[in-house]
Ligand binder design. Structure first.
Ligand code: ADP
Length: 425
């Protein structure tokens, strides 16, 4: 296995900076150069008085110890790329402002540009690690770019290594990660690259916490990917359940798992369905959707952090009509949550597109898709035959809580998708 002697990190931001500073600290035998096109940012990382461009508790100590020893910050991106055996791509992935997925899908232009730069200037083989907080398929598109543009005698092996830090505790998270995921292709070369990155983390992370699932798995899109690619949700759930930010509750895949990640994730199903060439599904989702459940979990009227809020907001972004029913949450609460979540939409407009009903049957009437957003037991006991008769066809059920008997629903005629399961519609 080729030992990694030199690492380059493209992007000196919240992810790349702390991650690669800690790698440098923990691996004094590896030279780590963090490059960025932003001169001011690099100057701050290099500042004499350690006025670093980002604040994270403990970060300054890390930089004080490693900077100048085996940790360097530079704006010479090309040189950083050329010298490195392994490159982290840690550039920004802002939310798209226009085009398909505007408002919620990540803009991958920066990733693409950085990847193209790697292809353009490399004169030796590299392991390229996708390290952004990006939705699925990024590593794949990086691979496409690199394979199409690789110079003679250079091979690029692409790994996906979802970031595992939370802002505010980045250094602690990096020192003692609950788990590190390294995704690679299941080729011999992919495995070698995977081992090389594993060896780096193994300098301080117990090996049983370094998990190597067999597909690229940006953690933000786990369930959605599982559905689209048929990846094994159990393996993934095991990995993510090891993450204390998520906790073992994730072991049951559910629409509620991601907190604020949620918006970018599952109910990007609309976007994912498009990008995975399932426009049929996306189109239906844009019409009239019944959302069953608005509380953050069953047996409560509490809506704080409820998945349903971001869900309905995302549907608004798609101009969908939404019918809501929840057995407990009072209507005023729903309106106030939605107003807060959609600050640019006047309440009167919102109330044209969103209707609140007092029974599940009414909410589902004329809908194209039903989404289970809260695991209220009563949703199991709805007369689904009646629901089916009153829905437009094909009638979709998206069970975000793994609550319903999918086979029974399929027998009735529904097209059923259960979160985290790889079934085809
Ligand atoms: P994150 O939170 O994902 O780390 P940030 O916005 O904090 O995102 O940091 C990303 C960094 O990547 C920025 O400092 C930006 O200047 C840098 N960057 C973006 N594109 C490139 C590129 N092609 N080459 C080098 N650095 C880049």
């Amino acid at each position: 296995m080729p030992a990694v002697n030199k690492i380059c990190c493209i992007g000196a931001g919240y992810v790349g900076g702390p991650t690669c500073a800690v790698i440098a600290l923990k691996c004094p035998h590896i030279q780590v150069t963090i490059v960025d096109i932003n001169q001011a940012r690099i100057d701050a990382w290099n500042s004499k008085d350690y006025k670093l461009p980002i604040y994270e508790p403990g970060l300054e100590d890390v930089v004080r110890e490693a900077r100048g020893r085996n940790l360097f910050f530079s704006t010479d991106v090309d040189k950083g790329i050329q010298e490195a055996d392994l490159i982290f791509v840690s550039v920004n992935t802002p939310t798209k402002k226009s085009g398909i997925g505007a408002g919620f899908a990540a803009d991958l232009n920066y990733v693409e540009l950085a990847t193209r730069r790697i292809a353009a200037v490399s004169n030796s083989s590299k392991i390229v690690v996708e390290k952004s907080t990006v939705p699925c398929r990024t590593a794949e598109s990086m691979r496409t770019i690199l394979e199409a543009n690789s110079p003679a005698n250079c091979r690029f092996d692409i790994l996906s290594n979802p970031e595992f830090l939370a802002e505010g505790t980045a250094v602690n998270d990096l020192f003692a990660p609950d788990r590190v995921l390294v995704g690679s292709l299941e080729t011999p070369e992919g495995k070698v690259a995977c081992d090389a990155l594993t060896e780096i983390y193994a300098n301080w992370v117990p090996r049983e916490r370094i998990l190597t699932p067999s597909v690229f798995l940006p953690v933000n899109a786990l369930s959605a990917i599982c559905e689209a690619t048929g990846a094994n949700i159990d393996e993934v759930a095991y990995a993510v359940g090891k993450d204390s930010r998520v906790g073992p509750s994730f072991l049951r895949a559910s629409v509620g798992f991601g907190g604020s990640c949620f918006q970018k994730d599952i109910l990007n199903l609309v976007y994912l369905s498009d990008s995975l060439h399932l426009p049929e599904v996306a189109n239906y989702w844009r019409q009239n959707i019944a959302v069953l459940g608005f509380a953050f979990k069953a047996d409560t009227g509490d809506t704080r952090e409820s998945a349903a809020i971001s869900l309905v907001r995302d549907f608004q972004a798609e101009n969908a009509n939404v019918n809501i029913y929840d057995p407990q949450v009072v209507h005023e609460q729903i309106w106030s949550d939605l107003s807060e979540a959609c600050p640019t939409i006047p309440l009167t407009t919102l109330q044209k597109r969103v209707k609140i009903f007092s029974s599940a049957l009414e909410a589902c009437k004329n809908a194209e898709a039903v989404v289970i957003a809260t695991e209220w037991k009563e949703f199991r006991d709805i007369d689904w035959n009646v629901v089916y008769l009153n829905m437009r066809k094909p009638a979709f059920v998206f069970d975000g809580r793994i609550l319903l008997d999918a086979d029974k629903l399929r027998n009735i005629g529904f097209k059923v998708t259960v979160i985290g399961r790889g079934e085809k519609l």
